[in-house]
Structure formats: C-alpha cells, structure tokens
Design a protein around this ligand. Sequence first.
Ligand SMILES: [Zn+2]
Length: 240
Amino acid sequence: MTELVFRDDAYARSCAARVVAADEKGIRLDRTVFYPTGGGQPGDTGTLRVASGETIAIVDTIKGEDPDDVVHVPTPGAPLPPPGTEVTAEIDWERRYRLMRMHTCLHLLCAAVPGAVTGGQVSDGRGRLDFDVPGSSLDKAAIAAQLNALIAAGHEVTPRWITDDQLEARPELVRTMSVKPPVGAGRVRLMEIAGLDMPIDLQPCGGTHIRNTAEIGRIKINKIESKGRQNRRVIVAFDE
Ligand SMILES: [Zn+2]
C-alpha cells in the first residue's frame, strides 16, 4: 500500500520516498505525489531522482491491484532501482496543475448542466462530460457564461469524508454513473464546492482539485456533440 500524499495535499510537487518494488509493470514507492489514472483524470508524469543525481523518467502512473497501490511507469528499457533505494519523486507540476484546474472545472460543469453524467475525461488543456439529456436543450453560450461566472466568483473547494454507509443512504450524491465512488475502504472522500446556502457541487471524488474556482481561469465551450439520441457531449477548454 502506498501513502497517497496527493490525496491530502494536491499541491505537493515532490516528496521523499523509498522504492518498495520494481518490476516490468513499474516502480512502487512507500509514498508518492504521483496521481494514478482514474476517475477520468490521467496519471501523472515526472521523475524519480536517486541520491547519485540520476533521474528515472516516469511516463505514466497507474493503479495496481489494491485500492491504494500506485505504479510508476518508467520509460521502456530504463534500468529499475532496487527495493530500498531512496528517491525524490517529483511530478511535472505544470501539466498536473492544468489537469487539476480542468478536473475541478468539470465539477462546475456537472452543476451547470442538469441531467445524469454518463462519462467524462480530462486531458491536458481540455475536458468533456457526457450528459443524459434529450434533444438540443443545451445552449453553448449560456453554459459558458454560467461556468465563467462560477469560476470568477471564487468558490472554495474542500474535501469532506463520510462513511460508506452514509454514502449509501444518500445515493443522490453520486452524479456520475460511469465512475463508481471508491467504496470498500470504510470511508469515501467527498469534494464540496461551497455555495451561499447549499453546495454548488458535492460528490465523491478521488481526483486532484484546486482550492478555489478562481484558479481555473476563463474557459470556453468548444462544442456540444450529439452522441446518440439522449447523450450530449460538452467539451470545455481553457480560453487563453
Ligand atoms: Zn473531482
């Protein structure tokens, strides 16, 4: 099991760690700042630096078999560090910060568009959500204006933990049908975007988030595509 530094502090860019195992799949550390692919957010890239100054480039991060198992995928053919090696694990922060901003923006999009979310994906500089809504009821300009207003208002984004049982009693919290919340560990992390009287968005999420919506910056809606009779894909990008 890996200590997930990014879960408590999404702004941590590096950490000291020790190699626990290394095989053809990748490198496991006792603790890490690298977020593994999941919940529509891509895994981190970056480097592991050993004491001699040599670096191992990490091209992807994925989940292992266990819930908190993180596998750092090195460049193919790179020599693997033996277990016990002390390293400094450092993510490509510029890329991660863009992913955090876009990921958090998709939470706002969730709040701006009524209807169940059937899928989603964050990529570098853009993101998309699929909504189960009929016809052409979604207005590109109106959604962009609403999102930019929510972003500019500077709402706080904070984690809150509840038990698996509490989540089971409130199924309405699960907005995304395609992404099951990570239950089974006894507790689940909710991300709340604070509003005036009630949260703007509140749902289980294991991804990485910024602290305040103002950090997202201006966005635009690139397009709204029809993916079947009931399915509308909304594609968001940074407007910069
Ligand atoms: Zn999230």
